[in-house]
Design a protein around this ligand. Structure first.
Ligand SMILES: Cc1cc2nc3c(=O)[nH]c(=O)nc-3n(C[C@H](O)[C@H](O)[C@H](O)COP(=O)(O)OP(=O)(O)OC[C@H]3O[C@@H](n4cnc5c(N)ncnc54)[C@H](O)[C@@H]3O)c2cc1C
Length: 335
């Protein structure tokens, strides 16, 4: 099949990989990083919502889909896309350690509650850390860049905005590209075409800000969390963040977010840090925090995937598979 994909963030990339593996011809359209939440994502793949001590919806299924998906992308591109090690939760005292251990006894949590470790660095003001089993960190920009280069070589990538999309004479036209049998919309938060064809989506987007920081002294080897994430990039610098805000989407980086991240970090990490960079992005979150995807009931071959919220790296492998499965179900029903 000739397939057009609009958007190459986590959603569009995962859909493209699935289509490539199924042997289809791809034409990918993306208007650039400035509009992409995936491009600024920290890449955390975490089956737990650490702040609320909750499981991510369908955590087990997402984790099961995640590993073989990125293993295969790494093999195909020849790029290593995951940082080593699991995420560690910082536990401030023995009460927090006991609470962590009891979480392991709760239904569904057991596979993800890792061991409690003695402190890896004396600068962390806490009693211990605990690892989250099956958590990981994707090198988000490496994944997006390597995927784009692969698709540009094997298929076609158009670095342009889609300002024309129509079903004409039994096929789809995207800008000047005609005769597409399937078009997949993976537009993220500015979902112009998705809303044009599928109606208004129940968006409740959240703005996120993150910092790039550095300090003198030994490097911390693992990703840490307590109120805020501290993530080693492996070159002596770290990412810290991110914030959640429900307004100010058009503003750039704010002093307020920078102060919030540094304050939270100072609560458990005893080191003066130098801020090197700050970025913002808008997460495509839905009001009920559930992703949305499906196929148009009347126009043939038009599908969409959106609402990945704060978990696109974790959820896009499984959800892209589900969208394609729905398509096979529909086409086999017709035949
Ligand atoms: C600061 C921050 C930190 C985050 N950290 C994490 C994390 O650690 N782990 C995690 O899993 N998630 C994280 N997220 C969330 C994650 O970024 C999102 O879940 C994910 O990026 C959503 O992917 P998407 O493909 O749906 O949207 P996007 O990444 O926004 O991609 C949509 C793409 O479509 C393109 N597009 C849209 N319309 C058009 C058009 N008409 N023509 C051409 N191109 C178009 C855009 O240019 C864009 O590239 C974070 C988000 C933020 C803001």
């Amino acid at each position: 099949m000739r397939i057009g994909i609009i958007g190459q963030g986590f959603a569009g990339s995962a859909l493209a990989w699935r289509a490539h593996w199924a042997g289809h011809e791809l034409h990918i359209f993306d208007r650039g990083h400035a509009h992409s939440a995936s491009w600024v994502a920290a890449g955390l793949v975490n089956p737990l919502v650490l702040k609320r001590k909750r499981l991510v919806h369908e955590a087990h299924d997402h984790i099961t889909a995640f590993t073989p998906f990125y293993d295969r992308v790494e093999r195909e591109t020849g790029c290593s896309m995951r940082y080593p090690g699991e995420i560690h939760e910082v536990l401030s005292d023995s009460a927090a350690e006991n609470a962590w251990a009891s979480l392991g006894a709760e239904r569904g949590f057991e596979p993800f509650i890792g061991a409690i470790h003695s402190l890896i660095d004396p600068r962390i003001q806490a009693s211990a850390t605990a690892s989250v089993h099956h958590s990981a960190r994707l090198r988000a920009q490496t994944y997006l860049t390597a995927s784009r280069a692969f698709f540009a070589e094997q298929h076609s990538v158009h670095e342009e905005a889609v300002d024309f999309l129509e079903y004409q004479n039994g096929a789809w036209r995207v800008n000047d590209m005609e005769d597409l049998e399937v078009v997949l919309l993976a537009e993220g938060v500015q979902a112009h075409w998705t809303q044009q064809y599928f109606g208004e989506l129940p968006f409740a987007p959240t703005k996120g800000e993150g910092l790039k920081i550095r300090w003198e002294g030994a490097e911390i080897p693992v990703a840490l969390h307590k109120n805020v994430f501290l993530l080693p990039d492996g070159d002596g610098t770290y990412q810290a963040g991110s914030t959640y805000a429900w307004e100010g989407f058009d503003e750039g980086p704010t002093e307020k977010a920078r102060a919030e991240i540094l304050d939270k970090l100072r609560g458990w990490f005893n080191q003066e840090v130098e801020v090197l960079d700050q970025w913002t992005g808008v997460r495509p979150t839905m009001r009920d925090r559930q992703p949305v995807f499906g196929w148009h009931s009347e126009l043939p071959g038009l599908g969409y995937l959106n609402g990945l919220g704060s978990r696109g790296a974790l959820t896009s492998p499984l959800l892209s598979d589900r969208l394609w499965e729905l398509h096979s179900g529909r086409t086999s029903q017709k035949s």
